[in-house]
Ligand binder design. Structure first.
Ligand SMILES: C[S@@+](CC[C@H](N)C(=O)[O-])C[C@H]1O[C@@H](n2cnc3c(N)ncnc32)[C@H](O)[C@@H]1O
Length: 270
């Protein structure tokens, strides 16, 4: 069993210790994939393709708008959502992450280069348009400030959306299950009745590697996640999960039995 890292930062420490460049390098540069990246990332990418292009595209109108809460410095989800939604709004709690996204959207020379990641998606035989980066530039309409611990979540409210996604964010932002339930409720409030909610995260995980530092995460079970979605008005329609390989080379998993999941559901009418 791997010892936990000597220093674990709390969710509040994201503000001082989350490094957007190191995070992008760790999860999206794929220069030297470790065991985690070799299997978990292809699972994630294949599931995103299936969910957005083979499921949601058939269910949503071409006019639909997507909001992503806690996107970090990453356009990963947009690479699959751009072909489905008319407009995408990204948000994150940290100014550093929002600045990193703006740098990319503004074509600044030191912005993160997503081309190797796109080549990697192609190598895994996952369909992706040749002009996907231009599509993402066109579809992302704004990068907003958010905090799932506040009532409105978004610093500048934009109303309810056809779909909201919240990927690997709630466990990082919440320290107790009660906080998690409350944050989930606020995020789901941003989905229109009969709209779609998409969520991913890690089950049975108590910290994550953000590239530069390790942050504590709230360890949840599948039952807790499903119960929270149900209490907050979501009928889960699809659940995809994958046991993250446990190996000494990576400190991404706390212990054997960590599952990465992606799920989606429909918001019930009030
Ligand atoms: C593990 S990262 C996930 C980033 C991105 N969704 C991805 O999948 O790569 C966790 C994210 O949660 C964000 N976060 C932390 N506290 C938050 C809060 N109170 N409200 C909203 N987001 C928060 C962090 O800034 C960070 O971008």
């Amino acid at each position: 069993m791997l010892d936990p890292p000597a220093k674990l930062f709390s969710s509040a420490d994201h503000e001082t210790h989350f490094n957007p460049s190191k995070y992008l390098e760790k999860y999206y540069s794929l220069v030297r994939p470790d065991e985690f990246e070799k299997e978990t990332i292809p699972f994630q990418l294949k599931t995103f393709y299936h969910l957005f292009h083979e499921i949601l595209k058939q269910k949503l109108s071409a006019e639909s708008r997507l909001l992503e809460i806690g996107a970090g410095p990453s356009i990963n989800l947009c690479l699959f959502a751009a072909g489905v939604f008319r407009e995408i709004y990204l948000s994150d709690y940290l100014l550093g992450n929002r600045n990193e996204l703006m740098k990319w959207l503004n074509y600044e020379p030191d912005a993160f280069d997503w081309k190797p990641y796109i080549n990697y998606i192609r190598e895994k035989n996952i369909p992706i348009d040749d002009n996907i980066l231009e599509q993402v530039h066109e579809k992302v309409k704004d990068v907003l400030e958010c905090d799932v611990r506040t009532e409105q979540v978004l610093a500048q409210p934009i109303g309810q959306m056809d779909a909201v996604a919240c990927m690997a964010c709630l466990e990082a932002a919440c320290e107790t299950y009660s906080d998690y339930q409350d944050a989930s409720k606020r995020v789901i409030n941003l989905v229109k009745p009969t709209g779609y909610y998409i969520q991913s995260g890690y089950l049975n995980q108590s910290y994550y590697d953000a590239g530069a530092y390790y942050f504590r995460t709230l360890s949840t079970t599948r039952q807790q996640v499903v119960d929270t979605l149900d209490i907050n008005g979501i009928d889960v329609q699809g659940w995809f999960d994958f046991e993250v390989p446990y190996c000494g080379a990576t400190r991404t998993t706390t212990s054997p039995g960590t599952l990465f999941y992606i799920c989606y559901g429909v918001k019930r009418e009030e």
